[in-house]
Design a protein around this ligand. Sequence first.
Ligand code: UD1
Length: 425
Amino acid sequence: MEVIKVEGGYPLEGEVTVEGAKNSALKLMAATILAPGVTTLTNVPNISDVHVMGKVLKYLGAKVTVKGVHELEIDTSTIDKWETPYHLVAKMRASTAVLGPLLARFGKAIVAMPGGCNIGARKIDMHILGLEALGVSFKVDHGNIHATTPKGLSGTTVTLDFASVGATENLMMASVRAKGVTTIDNAAREPEIVDLANLLNEMGAKVRGAGSPVIEIEGVDELHPTTHRVVGDRIEAGTFIAMAGLCGRPVTVKGFNPRHLGLVLKKYEMMGLTIDRAMDECTVSRTGAIHAVDIQTLPFPGFPTDMQAQTMALLALSDGSCIITENVFENRFMLASELQRMGADIRIEGHHAIVHGVAGFSGAEVKSPDLRGGAALVMAGLVADGTTTVSDIYHIDRGYEGFVEKLSAMGAHVSRVEVPDQDVL
Ligand code: UD1
């Protein structure tokens, strides 16, 4: 099995360009189902989650062709199945994003129920309740959700209990073909939602208000294929920004819109980082200490839960004490115990992490708890005393393209190493 080895004490410096957003690309790929024919997506990251979504589309009968390095051609005219099996949903929960588009185009879908996952229960009850309001009937048996639209889909108002990203996206993709107008109230406002709305509108849909809490979708009779560029990955960018802030030397992060990280950059400035923003890049550095600042995760434009782990690694070396509150996912503090192995002083109490800054990390063998936690451990390794070995790096491969190569190009001493299974935690 492969691990990532990081030799501490080699700070990042220089520049890095991020890929298209994982969380957008996955939903845009699902949305191609809505428009029979060939849709081209550019700026698609080459990461394992995208490969899984490609497998889901192929399983349904679509033809997925890799054109350039970051370009996918998806021909959905050949889709002849409506079922997403458990072995794919279990690999990636986001494959449930095909539910809305399959219902809109074929009036039926069978999607395996996602099981629990390591960052909490991650239910899909809001997806189900919202789709029911649009006229979908659900039956659950043998672990599968069978969805049909006995009388077609009809527009209505759906008020979400919580601004769920996945539920907002599934409802948008189902309602583009519904009769009449659908209003999603308390909709998620993430930049990836806006990217999806842009793609849908380029396909001929009528979606208004994406990026605000109220999205209105006027149903249309058909959608047509198009070509679309995936928005830059604000979380990949945020990860490199946090890493640069930890190391101190100037790093320019390119290929994303700094406004998509508004609150993260503001909090990082409060922590003592210097950040120069430009249109689609920013430059980060730090000379003084890292200051302790409280953080609480919330849906966009709040502090993203997907930046919580990287921020915990920064705050673990701050000059004081602070509280990180996780409001979006239960059980998303698994990183804390791994950072403790590296010398951090973090106590978890429910959905709060109490972080007391320490002077430094000491290199250790640690295990990626999840995607962002894995990146945060490599980050801690950059400044640790000695060598850090991070295992379970398949988590990192889900969302970061060429992670080790990008860090090496900025001066880090980091490599992927094959080790016998029994040598890993
Ligand atoms: C997406 C992102 C993920 C990010 C999250 C929040 C993708 C592939 N993933 O996940 O990286 O961390 O948004 O920004 O885009 N919930 C329910 N019932 C539902 C739906 C959600 O209880 O029907 C709960 C979830 O368990 C979770 C919270 O709502 O506690 C937020 O979930 P949601 O916004 O839906 O996140 P995802 O779309 O799964």
